[in-house]
Design a protein around this ligand. Structure first.
Ligand SMILES: [Zn+2]
Length: 475
């Protein structure tokens, strides 16, 4: 019998589980019982057997579990820097050989997570898998229940031992702290074991799922928490939660990201206890030194995703001009402030990856480049939740030229030049139709042409975006 508070604010300090079963099933195969923690004893009493499991870590009620059947049991040992523990697998006899082929990777994933974050939180006991008859898995502390033994499922359930089991979401509104993290760690497994190309495909799949509907929040409302399907929405809680973590990593950099997560896992207020989203955010702000309010507001608390329009040209050989605009799929966000990754591809196959910190519509960026840009690829590694993005080559310079006005035209005594505020003009040169330089000056708005002969005057402007040519008819 278990007496517990079925809530998300108080963990049991420890657990002793005694499971009494018949010793044998009707086919005379021995029953094997499994639960959280370490097996202490099996006491035989006539036709029955009592198995004792002991768990000495704080545990929330929903992570306590038992299972009994005619399991086959085998283990892998994790070295854990000289402090070894076992990964104990309880599998159906008919699945023994396939399970034995699939579970050894658990050791590699365990080592990966320990390296990226911290030691397995229950290293004094065990980790394990117990096969069960449902689809998917369930991350019971120290013994995940598994419908099958695919690598993604192994990675996801193991990830929960840190994110969900050691630190448990403090309310169902914060469920992404369990499921978004576990999903992201299954992606980190792909990144580290399979490489960047597979990781990119994985992220692209998530983005496609997230953007299949234009709205919905990661963080739940009170009403949402009464709807189990909404709590465990794969699109929002799992996929968008995971991609928000990835975008956070891209925004603040790998060092700050992983250090911040380590700080979160070891924080005395949350370790082996509960945490909410509002607890997580300041830890990441402290690790990065950045104010992340707008980032988390846009991506966790509000809805939808951006669609980008990228216009670019190369005003001079050493420079590329990129203008970024954005629309939003849901009106709750006025503008998604996000680093926008672009890959410049040269005429000879050169590549240059740049990330532009876009915060407002029609923002202009001028980047150095040492090759002729042939095309620009938007978000080449699938690092940004977005959809329906377009990249267009602005009609080289003509767009900028159109923003310069010379008037009156025709001009008699003088003409005036107006220019965009964000473009500097160094020199103005005036040529006649024979190419002779008639006049040269630094930037000035008004040019006196009273002394020049009648005819077309070519006006050359040396600007911060390259040379612009205009003409005026002198009467
Ligand atoms: Zn999960």
């Amino acid at each position: 019998m278990v007496l517990c508070k079925q809530d998300l604010n108080d963990k049991a300090d420890s657990l002793d589980v005694y499971i009494t079963t018949p010793r044998f099933n009707p086919s005379n195969e021995e029953y094997v019982a499994v639960s959280n923690g370490l097996e202490q004893s099996q006491v035989i009493n006539g036709i029955n057997k009592t198995t004792h499991f002991k768990h000495r870590y704080a545990i929330p009620a929903y992570l306590i579990a038992i299972a009994v059947t005619n399991y086959e049991v085998y283990s892998h040992t994790v070295d854990n820097s000289g402090n070894p523990f076992d990964i104990v697998n309880y599998v159906y006899p008919e699945n023994l050989s396939s399970a034995q082929a699939s579970t050894p990777i658990t050791v590699d994933i365990m080592n990966l997570y320990s390296n990226l974050f911290e030691e397995y939180p229950f290293a004094n006991e065990k980790y394990g898998h117990a096969q069960f008859g449902w689809g998917g898995g369930m991350e019971h502390t120290t013994v995940s229940f598994m419908g099958s033994f695919g690598r993604d499922l192994i990675a996801h359930e193991l990830a929960h031992q840190w994110f969900g089991d050691k630190i448990t979401c403090g309310s169902w509104k914060d469920i992404w702290l369990n499921e978004g993290f576990a999903t992201y760690l299954s992606g980190l497994t792909i990144e580290n074991l399979d490489g960047g190309t597979s990781f990119k495909s994985w992220k692209a799949q998530l983005i496609s799922s997230i953007t299949s509907i234009p709205n919905g929040t990661v963080y739940l409302t009170d009403t949402d928490t009464t709807n189990v399907n909404r709590i465990f929405s794969s699109r929002l809680t799992y996929n968008k939660g995971a991609m928000v973590l990835h975008m956070l990593r891209k925004k603040i950099g790998d060092n700050n990201f992983f250090q911040g997560i380590k700080n979160y896992l070891s924080n005395v207020n949350y370790a082996y206890s509960y945490a909410k989203t509002e607890d997580f955010i300041p830890i990441m702000e402290a690790a990065s030194g950045e104010n992340l309010t707008a980032f988390f507001n846009n991506w966790l608390y509000k809805e939808g995703y951006p669609s980008y329009t990228i216009e670019w040209n190369q005003p001079s050989v050493n420079q590329v001009h990129i203008q970024i605009s954005q629309t939003q799929s849901d009106p709750s966000v006025s503008y998604f402030e996000a680093p926008v990754p672009l890959r410049l591809i040269g005429a000879l196959g050169e590549t240059l990856d740049i990330t532009l910190n876009n915060t407002v519509n029609q923002e202009d960026f001028f980047n150095s480049v040492n090759f002729t840009v042939a095309s620009i690829q938007f978000d080449p590694e699938a690092d940004l939740i977005s959809k329906n993005n377009t990249v267009t080559l602005a009609n080289n310079k003509s767009e900028i030229e159109n923003n310069f006005l010379l008037y009156p035209n025709p001009a008699q005594d003088n003409f005036t030049i107006t220019k965009p505020d964000n473009i500097e003009v160094d020199q103005i040169k005036i040529f006649n139709i024979f190419g002779q330089l008639l006049y040269q000056t630094q930037w000035t708005q008004k040019i006196n042409v009273a002394s020049f002969s009648s005819g077309v005057l070519f006006v050359q402007l040396d600007t911060s975006q390259g040379v612009i040519n205009k003409s005026v008819l002198k009467n």
